[in-house]
Design a binder for this molecule. Structure first.
Ligand code: 13P
Ligand code: SF4
Length: 302
């Protein structure tokens, strides 16, 4: 009798499917994935890979972005309730108000946003390409949505632009505090502090490195240092440890968990592959608007 992993392997072959997973998914999921990466890498792969069925182990905005970029493909999200709360923290009304209030404005949207919001924006970014893309935009004024922390960080790095910030945030990264970093540093004074830019500015100011999940893994892997305090969702530890078995990775808080990413299970992957589902759907009209912002991201991030 086949075990669960063997059953998934067989179904994957049968359906010519590929499994893409974000670094925050559980270890059991990352271990059976064809590719594990950050949001930018995964969205590029979703467009470029030849397989016509993608099992996207992540949250709704990631699977919808894959569908928008490759409408002919079937994109299966193993749990349709796996959603990023921050993706819902921008509004069309506020975008319109910003456009009315400012000339020479670009609406720049973090990929962690709904497809309906992406319809109304000029370009999408992820934390691995935002500095490059925004730095090269011709507009002086940048309305950055939905994440206020990433927006504030980008504003500090691109002082020639005038940033208008929204009030969205990620509840996982918002929970990091200066105090928790101080305590972690007391226990490991030589450790380098690696922080995702969704964390508050006060925490970012204590970082030795700030970057996307993929950036954090690259930095730790290339570093000649041996000890790191990691301030992002703890699923990232799977690849950090795999790539660097002799280095030490510490967290600053007891629980650094995104509950939505943890909804993905092997049983649910098997079920979506078995059930011949049509997968994630995005209305044609919504897709027509949203694809421009995502394609522009891929073009400007090159
Ligand atoms: P990355 O683009 O760095 O993978 O971040 C995605 C995310 O959801 C962070 O909370
Ligand atoms: Fe969204 Fe935060 Fe989870 Fe990332 S970690 S998917 S931003 S809730």
């Amino acid at each position: 009798m086949k075990n669960l992993v063997e059953e998934i392997e067989a179904l994957k072959k049968e359906r010519d499917a590929v499994i893409l997973s974000h670094f925050y998914t559980p270890e059991s999921i990352q271990n059976i994935s064809d590719y594990v990466g950050d949001s930018y890498y995964l969205s590029r792969l979703a467009k470029e890979l030849p397989q016509q069925t993608i099992v996207f182990c992540g949250v709704t905005f990631m699977a919808e972005s894959a569908k928008i970029l490759s409408p002919q493909k079937t994109v299966l999200l193993p749990d349709l309730t796996a959603d990023c709360p921050m993706a819902h923290m921008a509004t069309k009304e506020k975008i319109k108000a910003a456009r009315d209030a400012y000339d020479d404005l670009a609406v720049v949207c973090y990929i962690n946003s709904t497809s309906e919001i992406k319809e109304d924006v000029d370009v999408c970014v992820t934390s691995s390409n935002a500095l490059k893309i925004i730095g090269n935009l011709p507009q002086k004024n940048i309305y950055f949505i939905p994440d206020q922390n990433l927006g504030a960080y980008l504003a500090s790095q691109i002082p020639q632009k005038n940033f208008i910030l929204n009030d969205g945030y990620c509840h996982v990264h918002q929970a990091f505090s200066v105090d928790s970093v101080k305590k972690a540093k007391e226990k490991a004074p030589l450790a380098k502090v690696l922080v995702h830019p969704e964390a508050p500015m006060a925490v970012l100011s204590m970082a030795d490195y700030i970057g996307s999940t993929g950036g954090i893994i690259d930095y730790a892997t290339k570093s000649d240092k041996n000890s790191f305090i990691v301030l992002t969702e703890e699923g990232i530890l799977t690849q950090l440890k795999k790539n660097n078995p002799h280095k030490e990775f510490l967290t600053a808080q007891k629980e650094q968990i995104c509950p939505d990413m943890k909804k993905i299970t092997l049983e649910k992957i098997k079920a979506v592959l078995e059930d011949e589902l049509i997968g994630v759907q995005v209305l044609d009209q919504v897709r027509a608007g949203a694809v421009k912002a995502l394609d522009r991201m891929l073009e400007l991030a090159e």
